[in-house]
Design a protein around this ligand. Structure first.
Ligand code: URA
Length: 285
């Protein structure tokens, strides 16, 4: 009978997990998530018993068989999951507004516990490049390479982005780069609308503090999130569209995401056309 002590079996089990998209260890020990959800629900019930009610409102008292419990200290993921998304987005707005500089914003994000992605990611991926640059580019979310290095666009898509910038005479020291979501979603899955809504105040504040003259959104998610449009990227790309944040209006050019261009190289000519428009606008600004 093969056992996990056999390195061949362990290696093939790990390969099987990676093929299934499970390419990240979140902890040193396995967790029974079904059991956790039972624990969480009893913690919630215990918390509810402790909440003072409005006069006349029914207040449920512990039954004689129930032991009063104190909620166990929750790990970060559980804490994030237990914060309601609306409350998390509200906290995010207040924290983002409180940051007066990009360094303060990064510090606030490092401590923010309202987004569960923080607990599955290795580290925060805040930005790269020059925060004083006239051009800022915004992608969707970090992938595995970005998660390891803590910088946006450093993997295959990032290398293509560097070539695209070079084609219009720019390098990373002449642009500022960030993402809508600053933590890698596990297995590179698409961020949920709730995660996006929670992270939105932070990227908006980041743009406001960097105050670039021009913005480029990379791909549909970043375009739709920042410009509030529903159009797919094939419709929105190539058209200057205003992005208004806290009274600041920045001309924004949506372009095709470099990860998409790796899969559809024939569309590079569209990206080239859009980049030329960006170059022209930078020269004129
Ligand atoms: N794709 C993105 O949208 N952002 C990154 O940082 C890397 C890949």
């Amino acid at each position: 009978m093969p056992t996990l002590a056999d390195p061949g079996i362990t290696a093939s089990l790990l390969r099987w997990h990676v093929d299934a998209g499970v390419d990240l260890a979140l902890d040193d020990h396995p967790h029974d998530r079904f059991a956790e959800s039972r624990v969480q629900s009893s913690q919630r019930a215990a918390l509810e018993r402790d909440i003072p009610r409005e006069e006349g409102e029914h207040r449920r008292l512990p039954t004689t068989t129930e032991q009063p419990r104190r909620p166990a200290p929750a790990p970060a993921a559980q804490r994030a999951a237990s914060i309601a998304p609306l409350e998390a987005a509200e906290t995010a707005r207040a924290l983002a507004a409180s940051a007066r500089t990009l360094d303060e914003l990064r510090a606030v994000l490092e401590k923010f516990e309202g987004c569960a992605l923080r607990s599955t990611a290795t580290r925060l991926v805040f930005a790269d490049g020059n925060p004083g640059a006239p051009l800022m580019l915004v992608g969707e979310a970090p992938g595995g390479d970005e998660d390891r290095q803590g910088k946006p666009f450093v993997g295959r898509a990032g290398r293509l982005l560097d070539k695209m910038l070079l084609a219009i005479g720019l390098d990373r020291s002449q642009v500022y780069i960030a993402n809508i979501i600053p933590w890698r979603p596990p297995g590179n899955r698409t961020p949920t609308p709730q995660e996006t809504a929670i992270c939105l105040p932070f990227i908006q504040r980041q743009i406001e503090l960097a105050a670039p003259r021009l913005l480029v959104t990379l791909g549909a998610p970043s375009t739709q999130t920042l410009l509030g449009v529903k159009d797919g990227i094939m419709r929105s790309r190539g058209r200057w569209t205003p992005c208004t944040i806290a009274g600041l209006t920045i001309p924004t050019m949506p372009i095709l995401h470099p990860a998409y261009l790796l899969r559809q190289p024939s569309h590079k000519r569209l990206a080239w056309r859009d980049l030329l428009a960006v170059k022209k606008a930078l020269e004129a600004s």
